[in-house]
Design a protein. Structure first.
Length: 273
């Protein structure tokens, strides 16, 4: 007889033994021939991938990325499915979607999504200053810097250390667009991620609204706890204008747009009360 009351309790015990086990697990249908996510070995060390993202409007001009991958500093040194889905989505939205916006990627790992955003922005104009920031913990900074150089984006992309839950570095800009992919994997970091999302949105002092695109792959029941925490301060809607949505939903990947809840006093003011 099992000593665990339910699957969630068992998950918690296994997570303590191996916090990243869910990222390494393969789905039963990972070999599905129609999968839109390129396969890659999870034992990659000091290797490089060549990734391509295209839009229906300009299929002859894809965004090409050379991505150094290295699992030695941790799971963040590999390109994961949600990051590729988010990269594909912003490519389909095109340069106009990103033009004139300061962009910050959370939990960047290799920096893939931010690099794609930077290449798209360069199609609209020659940037005079860094307007895309890719962030993660200290062990991943080297691989992010390497990928910035590999893609000739050192004049466009800034690499910065950002520990979730801690004070925001004074060097970080106030973002207009926050990109986050495959950030839901380690339960002790759930509340820290929510706090950092709040801090970044609250850093705005103007009337503009910070847009957040949040892509994640459901791997375990405990993920519900993250969304329970997130729901106390954010609402969200699923992105529906992606033609690949049905395909990646079958792989348990969801792309959301987050909105920070406004204080009750602001609601009352807007309603004329």
């Amino acid at each position: 007889m099992s000593t665990f009351h339910d699957d969630l309790e068992l998950d918690e015990v296994l997570d303590e033994l191996d916090p990243l086990r869910h990222l390494m697990q393969q789905d039963e249908d990972d070999d599905e021939p129609n999968s839109i996510i390129p396969k890659q070995l999870r034992s990659i060390r000091d290797d490089a991938l060549h990734l391509s993202f295209s839009s229906p409007q300009r299929p002859q001009l894809p965004v090409e990325i050379v991505l150094a991958v290295d699992a030695s500093p941790g799971c963040g040194g590999i390109a994961w499915p949600a990051g590729e889905i988010l990269s594909s989505y912003i490519t389909k939205r095109g340069p106009d979607f990103l033009h004139g916006r300061t962009i910050l990627e959370l939990g960047s790992g290799t920096g893939l999504v931010g690099l794609v955003a930077a290449k798209l922005k360069l199609r609209k104009s020659v940037l005079g200053a860094q307007s895309v920031w890719i962030t993660d913990q200290a062990p991943l900074l080297d691989i992010m810097r390497r990928n910035v150089l590999l893609n000739n984006l050192n004049a466009t992309v800034a690499v910065a250390e950002l520990d979730w839950g801690g004070p925001l570095p004074t060097s970080l800009p106030v973002p207009d667009l926050i990109l986050a992919a495959d950030c839901v994997y380690f339960e002790p970091a759930f509340s820290l991620l929510v706090q950092t999302l709040c801090d970044l949105v609250d850093a705005r002092v103007d009337d503009k609204e910070t847009e957040i695109l949040f892509c994640y792959k459901k791997r375990r029941k405990a993920d519900k706890r993250f969304f329970g925490m997130l729901g106390k301060v954010f609402t969200w809607t699923e992105v529906t204008d992606d033609p690949d949505k049905e395909a990646y939903n079958r792989e348990a990947i969801t792309l959301l747009r987050l909105f920070k809840r406004k204080p009750l006093g602001i609601h009352a003011k807007h309603n004329g009360r």
